[in-house]
Design a binder for this molecule. Structure first.
Ligand code: CP
Length: 315
């Protein structure tokens, strides 16, 4: 694997998930693989899980790790060509990417969507610029349109907890007071399209995700109907895609509660975290024995580790 920007960069998802589960049993088995090499983790946005789990995964493989909160500590970057840089942006990506590449062998980047300019967000300017200019492997730690490291952890978690060969999996929108990106939901959809599952997306009308991503995935606007006989309920808020980045629905009836979970097939509750309790999900659900959110977060280490292992093996 050269870069990990998208779940499709994984050649065989099922095999990769199985390998990650094996890796989890002996996480230091390949602790010599990254010896003498360095990974830079660049955060343009906040993080808890991604930052700690990716660092842990890299260290498990023997990599040196350099972490930078680029958003608060780095110079503001200019990405456009030919700009007269007499405003707030002090450094051009052309220099920054090449300089960073001299200090490390792999660069991992978190750079969220602006949620103000749909076309720029869809162009993935930050990741694509690093890919074009840095000349080293680039890893997506959540970009404008995707969070494939989370999706891989989600696939690992579902493999560990599934009770049916072809589970019913529901991706449900839930309310949130702030405008959140589409990245987690997008990558979850793309990952589910590679799975043998009965997959349903449920959200209020008007909250459709990018059709280029959902393709022909089933959409059910009646949340409770969607939940019937589900084996997994994966919950995430996202802002409107049509009315880009706007919050035009905070209907608390979409919050996940015990009544809704009662119509499932004793479904496992999943969320990538962080989550707002009693806004997105009621305490009774996230605190129930069917909630697998802590193990889901644990699996972030092994999704990062299998990705970094593949990249190191192909260097
Ligand atoms: N799920 C996830 O990416 O968590 P953080 O934003 O805390 O890294």
């Amino acid at each position: 694997m050269k870069h990990y920007l998208h779940i499709n960069n994984v050649e065989n998802l099922q095999k990769t998930v199985e390998e990650a589960i094996e890796l989890k049993k002996n996480e230091l088995e390949f602790s010599e693989l990254g010896k003498g090499k360095t990974i830079c983790l660049l955060f343009f946005n906040n993080s808890l899980r991604t930052r700690l789990s990716t660092q842990k995964a890299a260290q498990n493989l023997g990599l040196n790790v350099v972490v930078m909160n680029f958003g608060s500590e780095g110079w503001q970057l200019e990405y456009e060509d030919g700009v007269v840089m007499n405003q707030d942006k002090a450094e051009h990506i052309k220099e920054a990417a090449k300089v960073i590449a001299q200090y490390c062998d792999i660069v991992a980047i978190r750079a969220f969507a602006s949620l103000t300019d749909k076309e720029k967000d869809r162009a993935e300017i930050v990741l694509e610029s690093f890919k074009k200019l840095a000349g080293i492997p680039v890893v997506n730690m959540e970009s404008a349109t995707g969070h494939p490291m989370q999706a891989l952890a989600d696939a690992i978690t579902m493999e560990e907890y599934k009770v049916a060969e072809k589970p019913k999996v529901v991706l449900s929108w839930a309310p949130h007071p702030r405008a959140l990106p589409h990245a987690v939901a997008n990558s979850f959809v793309e990952m589910m399209q590679l799975q043998n599952a009965d997959f349903v997306i449920t959200h209020p009308e008007g909250y459709e995700l990018d059709e280029e991503i959902t393709k022909n995935s089933k959409i059910e606007y009646n949340q409770k109907k969607a939940f019937e006989n589900a084996d997994f309920v994966y919950v995430k808020n996202w802002s409107s895609f049509k009315n880009y980045g706007k919050v035009d629905n905070t209907d608390e009836n979409w919050m996940i509660n015990g009544d809704k979970m009662a119509v499932t097939n004793s479904a496992k509750f999943m969320h990538c975290l962080p989550v707002r309790r009693n806004v997105v999900v009621a305490d009774e659900v996230i605190d129930s024995e069917n909630s697998v959110v802590i193990e889901q977060a644990n699996n972030r280490t092994y999704s990062a580790q299998i990705v970094l292992k593949r990249i190191l093996e192909d260097m």
